[in-house]
Design a protein around this ligand. Structure first.
Ligand SMILES: [Zn+2]
Length: 268
């Protein structure tokens, strides 16, 4: 008689995540075990799976990394018994995170400044800014926008996250995870965050496709912010289980450039 022991260990990343939005399940057929991943999120996720095998071999080298598209399922590995009529077992564990680890940013893309065409705003904190643009959010930009200023999509994509229920902010790290924001998935698999929006300051919904220049919301000072501004960054999934931010170019009144802290730029 064959014995099967299966343990799925879930490692959740990020704080306060309650719901398991990516599941791995097994299907036994024709004497093998298929491992499938189901992604309930609208955005793609990277999954990293490992397994301890006893008298089994895997069709994929372990640990494996794979990308599961938004709201889809995928066969990620097949485990097969090695010696017949002997006990076999496995224990698998996995973690997952937002975005595709295989995404490659289109560096030739010229982003649109995320405020009203014709208006000029200052970059109050640029790339590697010492106040907060350190660590994995080092390639972030803060634009000086008053509370309630219109925010426009810097690039087309699909809205994949909207948080707009927070109503306060400040310069204490207690506010770190209390910002309202919109995240947009680009067609190269990278994502843009528009953060610190005012309470109920998003006018787009998850799943909505937006074009560059679409009005998406209104700025504010929610979360870790000493005053009203728009924090913008482009990011992609990284194999440390999180993400990295990326430097991007903008079209401005003076040409196409990387933005500098302390300078003001006109949206065109
Ligand atoms: Zn910032």
């Amino acid at each position: 008689m064959k014995l099967i022991w299966v343990t799925f260990v879930l490692l959740f990343l990020g704080s306060g995540r309650q719901e398991q939005t990516v599941e791995v399940y097994r299907v036994e057929k024709d004497g093998v075990v298929e491992l499938h991943a189901r992604n309930k999120n609208i955005y793609p996720v990277t999954i990293e799976l490992d397994a301890e095998l006893n008298n089994m071999s895997s069709s994929k080298r372990l640990p494996l990394s794979d990308v599961i598209n938004g709201r889809s399922e995928k066969l990620i590995a097949i485990l097969s018994p090695v010696r017949e009529n002997e006990k076999w077992e496995f224990k698998s564990s996995y973690k997952y995170y937002m975005g595709s680890i295989f995404a490659k940013h289109n560096d030739s893309y010229e982003y649109r400044l995320p405020f009203h065409v014709g208006d000029t705003h200052k970059v109050t904190q640029g790339y590697h800014g010492s106040f907060s643009h350190v660590g994995r959010i080092n390639y972030s930009l803060d634009f000086d926008l008053d509370e309630g200023t219109e925010v426009f999509a810097a690039r087309s994509g699909v809205v994949v996250e909207v948080v707009e229920n927070f109503n306060s902010g400040g310069g204490s790290e207690d506010y770190m995870h209390k910002a309202n924001y919109i995240t947009i998935l680009h067609n190269d698999g990278t994502l843009a965050d528009y953060s610190h929006l005012k309470l109920n300051g998003a006018i787009v919904a998850v799943g909505q496709r937006v074009r560059v220049g679409t009005l998406i919301g209104y700025s504010g000072a929610t979360g870790y912010a000493t005053g009203p501004h728009l924090h913008f960054n482009v990011k992609k999934a990284n194999n440390d289980g999180g993400f990295i931010t990326l430097p991007v170019k903008f079209r401005t009144g003076e040409g196409v450039e990387m933005l500098q802290q302390g300078k003001s730029y006109k949206a065109i």
